[in-house]
Ligand binder design. Structure first.
Ligand code: GLN
Length: 384
């Protein structure tokens, strides 16, 4: 048999999705792959029903259905103040996953370097390898996951093409402050690099923190490529709707990659998702309040295990320090948690560049009853 491509040797299939399969096999409560077990807003469900009877069953415009892009530009204006053109500033993609890959392929040539903060969302390493780029990692230091400005400056001194900023961060829950983003932008300007942001959790930032939309900072728009998704904001991870927002010259290039990668995101789902983009401000307040309650409940549950965990400032993940349990690796700990305790998480090492085997990542985008049921099972940890 002929051999497959060498570039694929550098990474494995997603560990996150792998843990979901293992959880299902063992009937464990799945707190590994981050997705809700509750319904999207009613407005979206009824819009979806209507969309099935409309003229939306063939390809939409490849870079996004016009109605969807108009609604998107309206929502972006409402939350960020940026007045963008639905026809020139957006490409609608299959989730932020495609948005990130298409952006990386649009800006990186083989051999280019890309700065990535570690811990990082596991897709970024694969995005870098598939676009031919080489990651330069900058360490985020627990417990607050701050970076060392000198280390960041040294990374930029290597002349990267771009930096990836996941804000709020999956998996560590870091929310980048305005000052940090301005520092990153100043370095990007000095070294003529793009800032590629990944912001699916923009509406899940716990008080008193606030989400700062990097592209809306002074002078930032031309070099900032924003990747985003509707998955988390409207609890529709299976709809696979995301987008790239950038300057027209960048969007033209991203459109080309997107066109040949997927042609387009699902037309009826774009039509239905307009109802989400048009929801009033109270929806987003309710979403945040509900996640804040889930966070408090789940951190309480984890405190009862006697172990310590990170307190996220944003997004819906926490890293539980399982090192006191005495396993050789975090993967062994995660497998024991699935098999013997009945709760699935993701071995933390799949998010770190450093040899870090202390953590298992859990998410809490679940109904309170699911989190309480997980809590009952997790009390077994205390008796190990
Ligand atoms: N972003 C979610 C996570 O980190 C889901 C990832 C995925 O499967 N696309 O778990």
């Amino acid at each position: 048999m002929p051999r497959t491509a060498r570039r694929l040797a550098g990474f494995t299939e997603s560990v996150i999705r792998g843990m979901t399969r293992l959880a299902n096999r063992h009937g464990a409560i799945n707190l590994s792959q981050g997705f809700p077990d509750f319904d999207p807003p009613e407005a979206l469900l009824s819009a979806l029903e209507r969309a099935t009877r409309g003229p939306h069953h063939q390809y939409a415009v490849t870079w996004g259905a016009p109605r969807f892009r108009q609604a998107l530009a309206g929502k972006v204006r409402r939350f960020t103040g940026l007045d963008l053109d639905p026809d020139r500033h957006f490409v609608v993609t299959c989730g932020s996953t495609e948005a990130m890959m298409a952006s990386m392929m649009a800006v990186c040539d083989p051999g280019d370097k890309v700065v990535v903060f570690s811990p990082f969302y596991e897709n970024y390493a694969a995005d870098a390898i598939l676009s031919g780029a080489e990651p330069i990692y900058v360490h985020l230091r627990a417990p607050d996951f701050s970076y060392d400005p000198a280390e960041l400056a040294r990374a930029f001194a290597q002349g990267p093409k771009a930096i990836i900023v996941c804000n709020p961060s999956n998996p560590c829950g870091k929310v980048f402050t305005r000052a940090e983003l301005l520092e990153i932008l100043a370095l990007a300007e000095k070294h003529d690099a793009f800032v590629i942001t990944d912001e699916p959790y923009e509406h899940i930032v716990y008080r008193p923190g606030e989400h700062v939309h990097c592209a809306s900072l002074p002078g930032a728009f031309e070099r900032t490529i924003t990747c985003n998704s509707l998955s988390k904001t409207y609890s529709i991870t299976g709809w696979r709707l995301g987008y790239v927002q950038a300057a027209p010259a960048v969007i033209e290039q991203v459109r080309k990659v997107h066109d040949f990668l997927t042609v387009g995101a699902a037309a009826p789902l774009q039509e239905a998702a307009v109802a989400g983009l048009e929801l009033p401000g109270s929806y987003y307040e309710g979403l945040l309040a509900s996640y804040a309650a889930k966070r408090d409940l789940f951190l309480d549950v984890l405190a009862r295990t006697g172990l310590t965990c990170t307190v996220p400032q944003g997004a819906y993940y926490t890293l539980l320090d399982v090192s006191p349990l005495g396993f050789r690796t975090d993967t062994e700990a995660a497998e024991w948690l699935i098999r013997e305790v009945g709760v699935a998480g993701v071995p933390g090492s799949s998010f770190f560049r450093e040899p870090e085997h202390r953590y298992v990542r859990f998410h809490f985008a679940k109904k309170e009853e699911t989190l309480r049921a997980a809590g009952e099972k997790l009390t077994r940890i205390a008796s190990r």
